[in-house]
Design a protein around this ligand. Structure first.
Ligand code: FES
Ligand code: FES
Length: 161
């Protein structure tokens, strides 16, 4: 089948590649670019494990074709950390013990990152709504919600000096 040329900016790096028409963005990220932090759970839009940030919005990469992402700017969990410094969300998830097996964590953090970028002062209700499509089988939701509240407040403090 004829391949289609696409361009993606992923975690600040530009990539050009030829993809099959049915190739999923999730597979491009994990298999072609080696960014295995983005997880596959259900593969059908139900669990949120594959959540990434595309053009500033949380997107389920298992439901997105790579061709649909042509020209997009994508951030994955690998792109959040700055050098050796974890992102405040990553620090808060660790600090609040919001990670057990960790399989859902990259998706939860990317959904939370998109929320905070669009609303730096989310309420608990907004966080719960933003994480409503991210299923966690071990930690539950109270600790992740606390972690997001903490990270948002730390990010605001750092911004305000
Ligand atoms: S793997 Fe994409 S929503 Fe579950
Ligand atoms: S920490 Fe295991 S599924 Fe969420």
């Amino acid at each position: 089948m004829k391949k289609i040329d696409i361009k993606l900016t992923v975690n600040g790096e530009q990539h050009e590649m030829a993809v099959a028409p049915g190739e999923r963005l999730l597979d491009v990220l994990r298999e072609r670019l080696g960014l295995t932090g983005t997880k596959e759970g259900c593969g059908e839009g139900e669990c949120g494990a594959c959540t990434i940030n595309m053009n500033g919005q949380a997107v389920l990469s298992c439901l997105m074709l790579a061709v649909q992402a042509d020209g997009a700017t994508i951030l994955t969990i690998e792109g959040l950390q700055k050098g050796a410094d974890l992102h405040p969300l990553q620090e808060a998830f660790i600090g609040e013990s919001a990670v057990q097996c960790g399989y859902c964590t990259p998706g939860m953090i990317m959904a939370s990152d998109a929320l905070i970028r669009n609303n730096p002062s989310p309420t608990q209700g907004m966080i719960r709504d933003a994480l409503a499509n991210n299923i966690c089988r071990c930690t539950g939701y109270d600790r992740p919600v606390k972690a997001v509240l903490k990270a948002a407040s730390q990010m605001k403090e750092r911004k305000n000096g």
